[in-house]
Design a binder for this molecule. Structure first.
Ligand code: FAD
Length: 419
């Protein structure tokens, strides 16, 4: 990696995807710079005490040497590890990923990218200070940044009464408070359990009348039929998951509407198997409950809620946490210039990607959540980082070798396939 001012490639974001791509590009001898605070989301935007939902075998970054896996890190540091039997703590994952960064991507620059412009087949990247960098290619690996979703029914509340789950690292300010969590996925259930451990009075409002749980891995021998019919992959059991995990390049050939529906619904809201015991008796789980209206009342929140029988219930709480997920919307990615966005082929405000994760503007790549509608639901998880890093690196190497780094705009007129 050369740290001169104008590299061939700029990587924006130093999370699991950005670091994986950088590690592979360094091994391939590609000249790049990577910007962002290493593991910022994992260090500052996830609740302390959290455990990962993904199994150990699905929680490694993409390492060109094959040696810097989570399993190896745990073994080297005397940390108990199991591919599918032992939940991975946030502390362990973060320490592992930071060690990966120090060893394989030491030159990460802790600076934010504030603007990306595109002109004449080249990118101009403005950094947080005054520096401007020119590059032939840009990899956007900004993950969940600007994607937090809060349902409109909650938004009338002031920020001191309402927050998104992603805003909390330290839950101690909620000690002895009454907190209502909205949502029925891992994030809602886990933040609820951690709040209860912290001494808050917690209720979780779940819109669906049931709670979905990921099954506990049995470890039992399975029949040949079962192994063929329901193969096990890093994402779970079943043929669909196996394909999303092992053949993500096929996903791109499905029709748009199927891809968008699957990217969102597969591996949807569900609690991890090990979380179940932590919830029992510690908090109130209100299934089939939906918020209809919210009001501020004397510095607290009044929630008008209806249950599955359409009974109306009034609840009062100190604070509402929306654990209501993440939605990618290109319009919210503020550092990309409007003229660059207007050149992108999109559907549902998500860039449509081609082979190698390249957008319709040559030399511009999107990864992580943004790439799930193109390469499948695995891209929403760390699991997808390996495939992404290999593909992006392969594509960039080939483009640079052919000396066509973003030189020609393939899409002369922008195509927009909005819903
Ligand atoms: C609470 C929670 C728990 C999760 N648990 C799991 C799990 O157990 N297993 C799993 O596989 N996935 C989990 N996920 C999903 C997880 O976020 C992704 O798998 C993973 O973080 C994706 O990596 P990424 O690099 O795409 O994004 P991120 O980890 O979000 O990293 C993107 C980085 O880009 C940086 N950035 C953004 N904008 C800029 C800018 N303009 N300039 C410079 N840097 C910028 C950010 O600081 C951030 O560090 C969880 C998500 C949440 C919210």
């Amino acid at each position: 990696m050369n740290n001169h001012s104008n590299p061939r490639i700029v990587v924006i974001g130093a999370g699991p995807y950005g670091l994986s791509i950088a590690a592979r590009m360094a091994a391939a001898g590609i000249d790049f710079r990577i910007f962002g605070k290493p593991l910022e989301r994992w260090r500052y935007q996830m609740p302390k005490g959290m455990f990962l939902k993904s199994e150990g075998c699905a929680s490694s970054l993409s390492d060109p040497t094959g040696r810097r896996t989570l399993a190896q890190y745990c073994s080297d540091n005397g940390i108990a590890y199991g591919d599918r039997t032992m939940p991975v703590s946030l502390d362990t994952f973060t320490a592992y990923a930071l060690a990966f960064q120090r060893d394989l991507v030491p030159a990460v620059e802790d600076v934010r990218v504030t603007r990306v412009e595109y002109s004449g087949g080249n990118f101009t990247v403005q950094l947080g200070g005054t520096e401007v960098v020119n590059a032939a290619g840009v990899v956007v690996a900004t993950g969940l940044e600007n994607t937090s979703h809060i349902p409109p029914v909650l938004t009338p509340l002031a920020p001191e009464l309402l927050s998104h789950a992603s805003q909390h690292c330290d839950l101690t300010p909620f000690r002895n408070k009454d907190v209502t969590v909205i949502g029925g996925g891992q994030s809602a259930l886990e933040i609820g359990a951690l709040l209860a451990e912290e001494g808050a009075v917690v209720r979780i409002l779940i819109r669906r009348p049931w709670l979905a749980w990921n099954p506990r891995p049995s470890g039992q021998r399975r029949s040949i039929y079962r192994r063929l019919r329901y193969p096990i992959s890093n994402l779970g059991e079943g043929l669909g998951l196996w394909l999303y995990c092992n053949a993500p390049s096929l996903f791109r050939h499905l029709p748009d509407d199927i891809r968008f529906a699957k990217a969102k619904s597969v591996l949807g809201p569900a609690g991890a198997w090990w979380l179940r015991d932590k919830l029992d008796g510690n908090l109130q789980l209100l299934r089939g409950h939906q918020v209809n209206e919210v009001h501020e009342l004397g510095g607290r929140v009044r929630l008008s809620v209806s249950n599955e029988h359409n009974d109306k219930i009034e609840l009062t709480t100190d604070h509402v946490i929306a654990a209501t997920g993440y939605r990618y919307d290109l319009r919210r990615i503020s550092f990309l210039s409007e003229s660059l966005k207007s050149l992108l082929e999109t559907a549902h405000s998500v860039p449509l990607l081609r082979s190698g994760f390249e957008a319709s503007v040559p030399g511009l790549y999107f990864t992580g959540l943004a790439s799930a509608p193109s390469f499948g639901p695995g891209m929403r998880f760390i699991q997808g980082a390996d495939f992404t890093a290999r593909e992006v690196t392969r594509h960039i190497s080939r483009s640079l070798r052919r000396r066509l780094p973003a030189a020609v705009l393939r899409t002369k007129s922008p195509i927009c396939r909005e819903a």
